[in-house]
Design a binder for this molecule. Structure first.
Ligand SMILES: O=C(O)CCC(=O)C(=O)O
Ligand SMILES: [Fe+2]
Length: 334
């Protein structure tokens, strides 16, 4: 059976409903995570007005001249991403061997056509944030810090819903995220010529899974995000939002490890929207999106949680810390 659309869960029922409604919403969420590695949420608690502000700040940052963004450029390595990642910095194609196997032979590296701004928790002393100065972009830092807090809070509720949905002891997931080591990213996909896309060596983002626990995502009205149809591995289905305020959530590698493979990470890519795919020439317009990677506390293990280990299902992943894991994965990206 072909999957055509993702379940849409009314998260307001979990946040404000009675006991039955909360349980029902938590079950739907977990079921979609297990089946697709993805879900769409409405009434998630982030207001429509706030989402509009995300687009304002996303555009404002990427409109800054390159010389200004260069002041906070990210230097690739195993350090966590902070500041401006220029086009060509992160290469998602390296995360899955299928990307190289499916690529046109002898055409060279498979690159992402995107740039982004990344930051970690407020006042991170291990991996300090890099914001544009107030003179260069007044108000940006304050907005991003507020957005980070709001996204962390929504993620906490989603973790709580997963505890309910899996019948886990209260706090077993939530406490693994304190103190926060999450990351917030603002993305810009510049206009790209159809000709360049046709070379088969660039994509807005190649099929990959994220490293954290879950990822919260808003995309602008252009769209382009696609999730894997698990009935036909490595084929993708566009995520069409019925409302701009819809929050898309995917499961990531840490969740897969904690649940010993019960909740697999959602494989995804960013493609040209379906209605523009027949174009033979010209440009595909710019796209903006924003993601929040909910991460585990840095010293917490990303190995399987006891509840998910049984005789029939022995531990599939080693006990390394979340930070070690994140650094190993980050290094692969460059
Ligand atoms: O822009 C998007 O919709 C997806 C971005 C993404 O997958 C990522 O940054 O990991
Ligand atoms: Fe991603």
């Amino acid at each position: 059976m072909t999957v055509t659309q993702l379940p849409l869960v009314d998260f307001g029922l979990f946040l404000h409903g009675n006991e039955d409604q909360r349980e029902q919403a938590a079950k739907q969420l977990v079921e979609s995570f297990v089946n697709h590695g993805f879900v769409r949420l409405k009434n998630h608690g982030i207001s429509r007005d706030f989402v509009k502000q995300i687009w304002h700040w996303d555009r404002a940052f990427f409109q800054l001249p390159d010389e200004v963004k260069m002041k906070i450029v990210h230097h690739p390595g195993s350090n966590l991403q902070r500041g401006w990642c220029r086009k060509g910095t992160e290469t998602t194609s390296k995360l899955h061997k299928e990307n190289a196997e499916n690529s046109p032979k002898g055409k060279g590296e498979l690159l992402d056509e995107k740039e982004h701004f990344d930051c970690g928790p407020r006042g991170d002393s291990e991996f300090p944030n890099k914001f544009p100065s107030e003179g260069d972009l007044p108000g940006f830092k304050a907005f991003i810090e507020q957005y980070f807090d709001i996204a962390q809070e929504v993620s906490r509720h989603i973790m709580r819903a997963c505890e309910v949905g899996f019948g886990m002891p209260r706090n077993s997931l939530v406490e693994r995220c304190i103190p926060s080591a999450s990351e917030l990213r603002m993305l810009h996909y510049p206009p790209v010529s159809v000709e360049r896309l046709q070379t088969g060596t660039i994509k807005r983002a190649w099929p990959h899974t994220d490293f954290g626990i879950i990822t919260l995502l808003f995309q602008d009205s252009l769209g382009g995000l696609e999730f894997e149809d698990r009935n036909k591995p490595f084929t993708f289905v566009p995520i069409i939002s019925s409302d701009e305020n819809e929050l898309i959530v995917n499961t990531s590698q840490t969740f897969q490890r904690w649940t010993n493979g019960v909740v697999k990470a959602g494989l995804h890519q960013v493609n040209v929207p379906p209605e523009l795919r027949t174009a033979k020439e010209g440009y595909i317009p710019a796209r903006y999106s924003s993601v929040f990677f909910l991460k585990a506390h840095r010293e917490v293990s990303v190995g399987p949680i006891d509840q998910f280990v049984t005789e029939e299902r022995p531990p599939m992943y080693p006990n390394i810390t979340a930070l070690q894991y994140q650094q190993e994965m980050t290094e692969i990206l460059y």
